[in-house]
Design a protein around this ligand. Structure first.
Ligand SMILES: NC(=O)C1=CN([C@@H]2O[C@H](COP(=O)(O)OP(=O)(O)OC[C@H]3O[C@@H](n4cnc5c(N)ncnc54)[C@H](OP(=O)(O)O)[C@@H]3O)[C@@H](O)[C@H]2O)C=CC1
Ligand SMILES: CC(=O)C(=O)O
Ligand SMILES: [Mg+2]
Length: 653
């Protein structure tokens, strides 16, 4: 009996204790179950493309050597009934099950096609008899599935049906999502994903993504290696402390990375296998969860300070070591007291992107640039007031200032004066400067203290009002009416998610401004009829940006995110708003075209990344001729893209 084998299998080699490797039909699962055990590092190329590689060819390539008949002495666990059994002494990392065909194939969500397997595929992959005789093409399956989803009246049930499909038949899941994106986005994404996170413990069926908790401190790289895919391109990571506008949901925040990454595939075209959702569990301060017996995370209060930053640092280091320099790490829904610091700390060493700060900024700037076509003027002619001065608020404010400064050649500090923010303590003004968090300080302008939003609107007289407070109904009738009395066409953006946290509804925005508002919201609202006219509200959500933006970064091999890339993405999105959209009062294109939009954004981002590389090259050549260029080079080197470009150029040379 072969109890420990050395296996060379389509480029993979290693030592392990798999008894049923290429060794024939030892148990019911027959010749198609190919299990290969080796350290994951040695596994390059071992995943079989089951659609194209018939078993006979796989067997030809597989070389099996007996190296040890003693089941234990080789370090592998005892092989019982053809299964590998881990013991407490012999941990086994189940990292390499390459499904070739047959019964197992039907249960592999990545490759399963259900009844869509053709006659030829059924023969090639040992499926005959395992499926009913009929073949139902994917298009028909999509029609059936959408009817199935629609029969559920409760959005959470639709969410669960979608997750179930993703776990069974990933191809069908994505086809369905792509074909019905406007209908299904609110299910797999905001607002329903918010409810799913709140009830994650109750609806939890199968684990999705990777959980890294304080228990794994010192072993994070090992945990990353447990993930079955090796070629990861995008990681979305959260620590669950600020899930949408719903606060601390701890480990249950996993719904967010899972949802965001499904949009990377459906909207941006990134391979699902290249996407890795991760939740860092450092505890939760949510009492309800701490007292909930079904809570899936660590039942302790949040680790902070050194304990937190050490875990995060180990994580960041392990990710780079495991997946390389080019893996994109998207920070999502961290609380602002960590989000800004993490971005600052890792932006010069990793390809990191904070979606809430940077992605939101890019999408809102695009919407504002588009809105100028409806209201007139340039960015510099407008006055912006934010309710909420956290990640989204200050992130958007900064990108507006950057773009305005570029357009007008005015210093950043000067253009910032047109942008005002209100936080939970009132208008951010210079007299509060000492006590402000660092990211609010640039916005502390000279002004008398103002305690509430209504007074701030009346005093600042903004042309644009942006809600990033996570406080539902914070744009009261008085606030919206004040905006309408100051502006012919007030721009009102209620960005907070999910719908329950939106600062006002679409209906409120249109009726309280007598149909004059240019309105968009973070979560979708249905069209509103007001005095016989139908108003179609837009959705100002970072989902317009991150899939295309990330794709652009991946495609170009960029290794650092630069603000100019965010501006390029923003410009690319604004360009996609058509005359027809403007006529309806829309400042964002509809999501129906999102794949085209994402592709356009990706192309612009990639082009900008190359352009930044070229600029660097020119500087570099000048440097050889003139010592005066040293100053430029130094300035550019400080800039993260500088080092990214050097790497790109060196690699291309
Ligand atoms: N549409 C989109 O694409 C996106 C939407 N968002 C949404 O934006 C919201 C905020 O996110 P984020 O910026 O990351 O969160 P933060 O926690 O970083 O910021 C929230 C801000 O709102 C302020 N705030 C809270 N309560 C009030 C109040 N009653 N009155 C005035 N200000 C208040 C806070 O004040 P203080 O600082 O004093 O505590 C803080 O400045 C969330 O609902 C999120 O879902 C976020 C990202 C993208
Ligand atoms: C959309 C998003 O990223 C948020 O609400 O946090
Ligand atoms: Mg977010």
């Amino acid at each position: 009996m072969i109890s420990a084998t050395r296996c060379t299998f389509l480029g993979c080699s290693g030592l392990g204790g798999s008894g049923n490797i290429c060794g024939g039909q030892r148990r019911g699962y027959g010749p198609w179950r190919v299990t290969c055990m080796s350290p994951i590092n040695d596994r390059n190329g071992s995943v079989v493309n089951v659609m194209e590689t018939p078993l006979k060819e796989i067997k030809k390539e597989a070389v099996v050597e007996d190296v040890d008949d003693n089941p234990i002495s080789g370090g592998g666990p005892r092989d019982v009934y053809g299964e590998d059994k881990a013991t407490e002494d012999h941990f086994v990392t189940p990292w390499s099950v390459s499904v070739a065909s047959g019964y197992t194939l039907l249960r592999d969500p990545h490759f399963n096609k259900g009844l869509a397997f053709t006659e030829k595929e059924r023969d090639a992959h040992y499926l005959r008899g395992l499926l009913p005789p009929t073949t139902i093409p994917q298009e028909t399956q999509v029609r059936k599935m959408i009817q199935h989803i629609r029969q559920y009246q409760v959005p959470l049930q639709r969410y669960m049906a979608m997750m179930d499909l993703q776990e069974r038949n990933e191809r069908l899941f994505y086809k369905l999502l792509i074909d019905h994106v406007e209908e299904l986005l609110p299910i797999v994404y905001t607002p329903t994903v918010g409810e799913a996170c709140q009830k994650y413990g109750d609806i939890f069926m199968r684990p999705q993504g990777l959980y890294i908790s304080l228990k794994e401190k010192g072993r994070i790289q090992e945990v990353l290696r447990n993930w079955p895919e090796k070629n990861i391109q995008v990681i979305v990571v959260t620590d669950g402390e600020r899930i949408l506008g719903l606060g601390d949901l701890g480990c249950q925040g996993m719904g967010i990375p899972v949802g965001k990454l499904s949009l990377y595939t459906a909207l941006g075209g990134v391979r699902p296998s290249a996407c890795l959702p991760i939740t860092i569990d450092v505890g939760t301060n949510n009492e309800r969860l701490l007292n909930d017996e079904l809570y899936i995370g660590l039942k302790q209060r949040r680790a902070t300070g050194q304990e937190y930053s050490e875990l995060m640092h180990e994580f960041m280091t392990a990710v780079k070591q495991t997946y390389g320099e080019k893996v994109l790490i998207q920070f999502e829904d961290f609380a602002n007291h960590n989000a800004f610091d993490l971005l600052e700390k890792y932006r010069s060493t990793h390809l990191v992107f904070n979606d809430d700060i940077q992605g939101t900024a890019s999408v809102v700037l695009a919407g504002l640039v588009a809105a100028l076509k409806l209201v007139g003027g340039n960015l510099a002619d407008h006055k912006f007031l934010f309710l909420g001065a956290g990640e989204a608020g200050t992130g958007i404010a900064e990108l507006i200032a950057l773009e305005t400064s570029k357009q007008t050649n005015a210093p950043l500090d000067e253009v910032r004066k047109n942008i005002w923010l209100v936080d939970s303590k009132g208008l951010i003004v210079s007299s509060r400067k000492e006590s402000l968090q660092h990211f609010k300080k640039p916005w502390a302008h000279e002004h008398e203290p103002v305690k509430n939003l209504l007074d701030a609107v009346n005093k600042i007289k903004p042309t644009v009002l942006i809600g990033t407070s996570g406080q539902g109904s914070a744009f009261t009738k008085e606030v919206v009416e004040a905006m309408a009395s100051i502006n012919e066409k007030p721009i009102i953006l209620s960005l907070s998610n999910p719908t329950s946290q939106s600062e006002c509804t679409a209906e409120e925005a249109y009726t309280w401004t007598q149909g004059r508002a240019i309105f968009a919201s973070g979560s979708p609202f249905s069209p509103v009829e007001y005095k016989g006219k139908v108003f179609v509200p837009g959705q100002a959500n970072n989902a317009y940006i991150f899939p295309g933006f990330g794709l652009g970064l991946i495609m170009s091999g960029t290794i650092r995110v630069h603000d100019d890339l965010l501006l390029a993405a923003s410009e690319a999105l604004a360009e996609q708003v058509s005359e027809e959209n403007f006529e309806k009062g829309l400042i964002f294109p509809p999501f129906t075209n999102i794949r085209k939009i994402s592709a356009h954004i990706a192309a612009k981002v990639a082009a900008k990344a190359y352009e930044l590389g070229k600029i660097f090259l020119l500087f570099y050549l000048s440097f050889l001729n003139s010592i005066t260029c040293f100053a430029y080079l130094k300035a550019f080197w400080k800039n993260d893209q500088g080092s990214a470009c050097i790497n790109n150029i060196v690699k291309r040379l």
